[in-house]
Design a binder for this molecule. Structure first.
Ligand code: UD1
Length: 388
């Protein structure tokens, strides 16, 4: 069977890595890796291919940045001839970025099936560009691979047949577990002079438009980080969107505490190392809510909602919104020892890619590999659980 795997933006690389590697070991799968070029800086793209040892993309569409419409349209225009020429049995899409949506629309319109990995997550906030990408991609996808049980109800409410839904676990966690040992050898804490007396630090990422595009909101958050840095070292790798907003709005001087380590975006291994050893993580990223849950590190999410409720119900995640006072109070509470009990969500065990491939072979593979009749439930815990 012929598969096109697509990745475009930073979190996509972490997700596609485990799929690309697992597919390499399956002779029945002929895969092509397409990079849309949505993210292109060395630190946002190439560094992730190096750290995660992903083979270089077979095709790079080099779309670059733009408005949502311009970027989505450009990806569609450039992906269409590629998909039409390769004529795969299936396009595999991960996550919820513009590249995910653009390639889903393109593939379906030329009659190619689409599998969506990380389907069914919903924040129920349609001001988030990612929520639009999720809803539209899921509405047209042929196979839905889900990471947590909330996604099942969400998809069913939107009329997706349970036959198309497979509970397989989390490919991002596959990558985390596969690289944890290597990340442990990173020297990033020494490079950032974090091996001080207490060895404690908070790790921060912020890049959601709702937090960084509005100057007053961003300024409030930056001042909170500055206050927190009076108590504990704060490491803040700054996403390009946030960097642009800080510069454009003259907010550099909000960040003056000597406890702050403001750095450029970090590679996967350095970031995983920092996350694993942090006293606390403050973020608005989706993936980091999941990664901290598996690492058992307290996470404060600077949002009012999450599309990943399992991380708050079972994991270490807590939603704090973007009120600076509440954020500081919650952060200080954690530093004073307030911690949640947590468990690792079901199937977040490093075997999600394996389960996905098993389903793909079952549905699209050569006849002799379709060893299960269509509709037969797949054993939970080994090959992915089918909801029927
Ligand atoms: C995108 C995703 C978001 C994801 C995030 C992870 C969408 C709608 N958003 O947001 O879901 O959480 O990636 O990082 O797909 N830029 C650079 N260099 C790069 C890439 C971007 O400087 O390599 C700058 C450009 O000025 C660009 C801006 O960052 O305009 C935003 O990039 P874009 O890909 O549009 O959105 P992100 O905020 O990165």
């Amino acid at each position: 069977m012929k598969v096109i795997n697509v990745a475009g933006a930073r979190p996509n690389f972490v997700k596609i890595a485990s799929l690309v590697k697992a597919m390499k070991g399956v002779p029945a799968i002929d895969q092509v890796l397409v990079h849309t070029g949505q993210h292109y800086d060395q630190s946002m793209s190439e560094q992730f291919f190096d750290d995660l040892e992903i083979p270089r993309p077979d095709i790079n569409l080099n779309v670059g940045s733009g408005s949502h419409a311009a970027q989505t349209a450009e990806i569609m225009k450039r992906f269409e001839p590629v998909a039409a020429e390769i004529r795969p049995d299936l396009v595999v899409l991960v996550g919820d970025v513009n590249s995910t949506l653009a390639c889903a629309l393109t593939a379906k319109k030329i009659g190619v099936d689409v599998a969506h990995v990380e389907a069914g997550l919903r924040s129920f906030d349609r001001t988030m560009p990612e929520e639009i990408n999720r809803v539209v991609t899921d509405a047209i996808a042929d196979l839905h691979f889900i990471t947590e049980e909330s996604a099942l109800g969400n998809l069913q409410r939107e009329g997706i047949s349970p036959e198309k839904i497979f509970f397989v676990g989390n490919v991002m966690i596959d990558s985390l577990l596969a690289h944890r040992e290597k990340a442990e050898r990173s020297s990033i804490r020494t490079r950032l002079a974090l091996n001080g007396d207490s060895d404690r630090y908070a790790l921060v990422t912020l890049h959601r438009p709702s937090n960084v595009d509005e100057p007053a909101v961003l300024e409030g958050l930056l001042r909170t980080l500055d206050s927190l840095a009076a108590r504990v070292a704060v490491v803040f790798p700054v996403h390009p969107r946030t960097q642009h907003s800080i510069e454009a709005n003259g907010l550099r001087e909000s960040l003056k505490s000597p406890g702050l380590r403001i750095v450029d975006p970090l590679g996967y291994l350095d970031f995983l190392h920092l996350m694993s050893h942090a006293s606390l993580v403050i973020t608005d990223s989706g993936g980091i809510q999941e990664e901290t849950t598996v690492l058992g590190v307290p996470c404060l999410t600077v949002r009012h909602n999450t599309e990943r409720p399992v991380t708050t119900e079972q994991g270490t995640n807590r939603l704090v919104g973007n009120d600076p006072r509440k954020l500081l109070e919650a952060a200080l509470g954690i530093l004073d020892g307030r911690r949640k009990n947590y468990t690792t969500p079901k199937f977040w065990d490093g075997r999600a890619a394996e389960r996905i491939i098993s389903v793909l072979l079952d549905q699209y593979g050569p006849a002799d590999l379709r060893n299960r009749a269509r509709g037969e439930p797949i054993a939970a815990g080994s090959n992915g659980q089918r909801f029927e």
